[in-house]
Structure formats: C-alpha cells, structure tokens
Design a protein around this ligand. Structure first.
Ligand SMILES: [Zn+2]
Length: 124
C-alpha cells in the first residue's frame, strides 16, 4: 500500500497497483484536493479572525476595504480588484512558511500580484 500524507489527511491507494500510471494520477488528484482543502481552511480562518476584529477585509498595502473572499468571474479585472488574498511576507520561493500566520497578511489581488516574491521591504 502506498501512502502519501499531508498535514491534514492521508491518502491510501490499494488498487490499481501502486506503480501504475492510473495509481499515480489518482494519488496526485487526491493529494492536490487535500492540499487545496487545507489551504482553504487556513485562509478562511485568517479572514474570519480579521473580520471579527475589523468587520471588513482590508488590503494591508493599499488600504482598500470591503474585499471579498470570492468573485464570480476570475477573468474580470474589475472584480479582481476587490478579491482578498493571503500575501506571504516572506515569499514561499524564498523560504517563507505557507501556513505560518505570522508570515501572512491580507492583500487585494492587484497588490499581491505587484509584490510577487519580493521581500517585505518592497514598497508598492
Ligand atoms: Zn491592495
């Protein structure tokens, strides 16, 4: 039995055989789903805590308030301006921890995209 695990869950596959391509694809899909679910829970906890204190979601950088957790059309740039995201102060690509609350700030999507993987000292 092949076992892949993340913090949140474990994935077990008995059939098809663990070395088959189908097994690999099943595991990959399951693991991606677990990772996405784990991120959604973490992200929503940060949003919930922030809203409990401030009654709105506000971008740390441009101070736009009234950000929303989801938008209807991800291709609509006007909606993206109001999308709340989690910005990692130390970028993941530079060793920042994804699930460390101290490394997370609420940011609107445009500010998060502008920052990219630049460090905390980067001024927008
Ligand atoms: Zn912003």
């Amino acid at each position: 039995m092949l076992i892949l695990s993340t913090k949140a869950d474990k994935v077990f596959v008995k059939y098809p055989h663990r070395e088959s391509r189908a097994s690999y694809l099943l595991l990959r899909d399951q693991l991606v789903k677990v990772m996405i679910d784990e991120w959604e829970v973490f992200r929503n906890q940060i949003f919930d805590d922030y809203e409990a204190q401030h009654h709105t979601l506000t971008c740390h950088y441009c101070k736009r308030s009234g950000l929303v957790r989801e938008i209807q059309d991800p291709c609509d740039r006007s909606q993206l301006k109001t999308l709340a995201t989690i910005d990692h102060i130390v970028a993941l690509s530079k060793g920042g921890k994804k699930y460390d609350r101290e490394n997370c700030r609420i940011s609107c999507s445009p500010c998060n995209n502008k920052r990219g993987n630049k460090g905390d000292t980067h001024v927008l």
